[in-house]
Ligand binder design. Sequence first.
Ligand code: ARG
Length: 258
Amino acid sequence: MKQWQRAGWIGFLVVMAALFLVGSAAGQETWVIGTSADYPPFESVDEDGEFVGFDMDLIREIGARLDREVEIQDMDFGALIAALERGRIDAVIASMSPTPERRERVDFTDAYYQSRQGILVHPDTDVEINSLEDFMQYEFAVQTGTTMDDWATNRVEEGLIEDGQIRRYGDVTVAAMDLRNRRVEAFMLDLAVAYSLAADLGLDVAVEVQIEEAGNPGILLPKGSDEELEKINAVLAELREEGFIDELIDTWLRGVYE
Ligand code: ARG
């Protein structure tokens, strides 16, 4: 074989291999997942700009098992359900638990985790919080549209707190920085996140609590996704049985929580 012939052959093979790779990638359907990446260790953005955390590993594994390529779209927590309703994303994973109001708008898969809540405070403070009753005395932060926001709103309706005590934040990171800078006295959020931010930003978890407004998080799908719901619940059951979920707990929550 002459030199140019061989080069031609190699070129041909390289092109064929490239076409094959592009073809198989295109064959995999893209699965657009909405999240609010301000919630370590469940979802956050690392130094390389990658989405990381418990929920991110979980959704990528589910995607892999359904032969889908996961694409993450980051937005404010309070915008997720509307984005799902408008079909801008296919599903949501954001440490979000079902509530009666949410269930009217979206479907939830089975829960993949058991959640509790915690209250963050500044380490050098006169603020003393050992219970939810104590917490009600202060000016505190919650993330907009969360079950903690629901809790606070319900307490206003019961006349137990003033609406002016509540500081609602679209972004958890901003709320944590405001606590750090003493612009707010306390911050209620999911417990593992409270411990994670406490370690990262030098804050304290004053107390662990459980609010009745919160439940265990699942994955959100558009309303009426019966078939898809069944598919994902089957994968979740598989992952639970295989110990994959326990491994995620080990990887992301060991040392942080429990
Ligand atoms: N678990 C709470 C809820 O369901 C808060 C979730 C906030 N998640 C987030 N990624 N910022 O409302």
